[in-house]
Ligand binder design. Structure first.
Ligand code: ASP
Ligand code: MG
Length: 417
């Protein structure tokens, strides 16, 4: 038997009774003969509460002090969980990021893990102890406390699993696995029994909010088998996330997601000469603005139109940047805020013709207009009106066989789309 890393989110440890349920799930894994490391988030909405508190003290909290504050949330839950495990007669020890040696870069509020020391973890495991580790936090080589970004406990768990060469990392959550879309939109959506790292990453990029994306990147990089499973139904094995090479793929589409956090900018009347696009997008890049979808229309009378999308948060910066570029001075700028990008993702669409046509047909049947299209190897995205996003998702789930006979089981709060 090997090492299993388990991760429980905030809702799973929201009160003493729930902490006892988590202790049972941990002990069950230990009783199976495994060495167990458990990573937990802060209880319930603690982190939100701490953020609110800071904002009540000052509208511009210092990022170092913010990390100092937010890291306390996880310190509460690890101690309580260790006590609950001990109360059942098992040996347990809680450790914060500094005690383990979860070494990160010194970028407060979104630090990346650079190394995890395994000596102390290994010593406690050898002594037969269950280790309860604080997620979301680390320490710089200089001893400064850092956090990994909201939702970062998933990444802590996967990184620890990689460092310990664990057999598997189980992410326990409020849903019974990875659903092909948000069950609030399609209540009878299918659950995947397996999905690839690549598909999970694409789904996260286009708006699905199941796991912290960096956790999936880390799992892919170190080939850690990752399971998303229910903390309320321990017998359900949930969804296994593994490398695409280890999977049999039967379906072209694994998931459907929508992202309503972008705006579309249309520039018409641009000069149709070499270098126009280079100057525009060069200036945007220089100001750190990521551009997502881009289309350029056919030239007409020596002018061209280019449309592209950026994150809504970058809108003001984008307009300022465009106004500073010579070639866009003569252009007309139109902004469309009421858009959503609806995407289908699936490793099975590679080498399978007709998937894009099926997507366009099912949107047309619902009278949904497509404003822009972009594709990658395992993804097709269409920009549609924001108020049509849910209808589009429903239609696409039907089209690609992603509905089941049963209702998806969801407890607690689902993350926002
Ligand atoms: N407690 C942190 C948060 O709420 C980390 C996590 O839950 O993963 O973002
Ligand atoms: Mg989370």
């Amino acid at each position: 038997m090997g090492i299993i890393v388990q991760k429980f989110g905030g809702t799973s440890v929201a009160d003493p009774q729930k902490i006892h349920n988590v202790a049972k799930a941990v002990i069950r894994e230990k009783e199976n003969g495994n060495d167990v490391v458990v990573v937990v988030s802060a209880m319930g909405h603690t982190t939100d509460y701490l953020v609110k508190l800071a904002n009540e003290v000052t509208c511009n909290p210092d990022s170092r002090e913010m990390d100092m504050l937010l890291s306390t949330g996880e310190q509460v839950s690890i101690a309580l969980l260790a006590m609950a495990i001990q109360a059942n007669g098992y040996k347990a020890v809680s450790m914060n990021g500094q005690q383990v040696g979860i070494i990160t870069e010194c970028i407060h509020s979104k630090a990346r893990i650079v190394d995890i020391k395994t000596e102390k973890l290994q010593k406690h495991l050898n002594a037969g102890k269950i280790i309860v580790v604080a997620g979301f936090q680390g320490v710089t080589p200089e001893g400064e406390i850092t956090t990994l970004g909201r939702g970062g406990s998933d990444t802590s768990a996967v990184a620890i699993a990689a460092a310990l060469n664990a057999q598997r990392c189980d992410i326990y959550t409020d849903v019974e696995g990875v659903y092909a879309t948000d069950p609030r939109i399609v209540p009878n959506v299918k659950k995947a029994s397996e999905i690839s790292y690549e598909e999970m990453l694409e789904l996260a990029r286009v708006g699905a909010n199941v796991l912290h994306p960096r956790s999936v990147e880390t799992a892919k990089q170190f080939n850690v088998p990752l399971r998303v499973r229910s903390s309320f139904n321990l017998d359900n094995l949930g969804t296994l996330i593994i490398g695409v090479d280890n999977m049999e793929i039967y379906k072209p589409v694994a998931g459907v997601a929508a992202d309503s956090s972008q705006v579309r900018i249309l520039l018409s009347n641009l000069p149709d000469i070499p270098g126009t696009a280079a100057k525009l997008f060069g200036a945007l890049a220089k100001n750190n603005i990521s551009v997502d979808m881009i289309i350029q229309s056919l030239a007409n009378n020596g002018t061209n139109s280019i449309a592209f999308t950026v994150a809504s948060d970058d809108l003001n910066n984008t307009i300022e940047t465009l106004n500073s570029v010579e070639s866009s001075k003569s252009a007309e700028i139109l902004i469309d805020k009421d858009i959503a990008k609806v995407s289908i993702v699936g490793a099975g669409m590679v080498d399978r013709p007709g998937i894009a046509a099926d997507m366009f047909k099912s949107l047309a049947q619902k009278d949904i207009n497509i404003k822009m299209i972009s594709t990658s190897e395992i993804k097709i995205s269409c920009l549609v009106d924001k108020n049509k996003a849910s209808d589009a998702i429903k239609a696409l789930c039907k089209e690609f066989g992603l509905e089941s006979d049963e209702k998806a089981v969801v407890k607690g709060d689902l993350p926002n789309l």
